[in-house]
Design a protein around this ligand. Structure first.
Ligand SMILES: [Ca+2]
Length: 267
């Protein structure tokens, strides 16, 4: 007789697995385990990962993993979840000492963070399954202490959603972690463009006519020591947040990744 076990990850939201799952599909593997869709047997009620790939049993849509309460605190704070998405910010771009990457599925994106180690070298387009703890740092929701399973490589990048600076500053929570784009912005305040190498990050204020919001240049990214771009410009990046006080609904900022994320405005 083979008993179907009531395994703990059922509590993580995989009620459908009561009907059809017998194994955990390697989600706790500490390292990348090669390519291929080893676990994509069934779709989780709309939990499709990027590129139309079924996320697989036990995988939460990212929008659910990062959902917040009325104070902007993640509803699943401290809980272990498994998500799956395409890498939009690769290893080594935003942090050298620690490790911050971003992954995105069809429902949204999120920061994945680990301290003092890089347990995977994630590249743009990697299709990663991530199991970790939902955390929050100064308002920014993260998957902390992550374990990774590489499900594929070379997935197409999500199309950045166009947002205005006014939207991002007024209602940034809905965009947090996502790859987005400002269109036709000019620099209207904040710190100057880092034309000389800076020891710290640079926080500029940009506006497209809708209202101002933040554009943040990580000092470890390739923007340091570059000429100020012609304006207006378009800029792609992920949405971060720095808001040290509750409720956590302010302090959203767009952070570009590469020099190629900034282009002359098409307007
Ligand atoms: Ca937040």
């Amino acid at each position: 007789m083979i008993a179907r076990t009531w395994i703990p990850w059922v509590l993580g939201g995989c009620l459908l697995c009561l009907l059809g799952c017998t194994t955990q599909q390697g989600a706790s593997s500490p390292t990348a385990s090669g390519t291929g869709g080893a676990g994509a047997a069934t779709s989780q009620g709309g939990a499709a990962a990027s590129g139309g790939v079924d996320a697989g049993p036990g995988v939460l849509p990212i929008i659910e993993a990062k959902a917040g309460d009325e104070q902007g605190v993640p509803l699943r704070l401290g809980q272990t979840v498994t998500i799956r998405g395409v890498v939009t910010v690769p290893t080594g771009l935003f942090s050298i000492e620690n490790h911050e990457i971003y992954v995105q599925d069809a429902t949204g994106g999120i920061s994945v963070y680990e301290v003092a180690q890089q347990s995977i070298q994630a590249a743009l387009g990697d299709d990663l399954e991530v199991t970790g703890t939902v955390g929050q740092y100064e308002g920014k929701t993260e998957i902390d202490a992550p374990l990774f399973v590489l499900r594929g490589t070379g997935a197409p990048a999500p199309t950045p959603e166009a947002v205005t600076p006014a939207q991002l500053c007024a209602d940034g929570e809905q965009f947090e972690g996502n790859l987005v784009a400002y269109r036709g912005v000019t620099i209207v305040g904040g710190e100057p463009w880092p034309t000389v190498d800076q020891a710290g990050n640079t926080n500029l204020t940009v506006d497209d006519g809708s209202g101002p919001c933040a554009l943040r240049l990580d000092h470890q990214s390739e923007f340091n020591g570059t000429p100020e771009p012609p304006q207006p410009f378009d800029v792609v990046g992920v949405v971060k947040q720095y808001d040290p006080t509750s409720p956590y609904f302010s302090g959203h900022e767009l952070q570009p990744r590469f020099l190629s994320d900034v282009t002359p405005s098409g307007r």
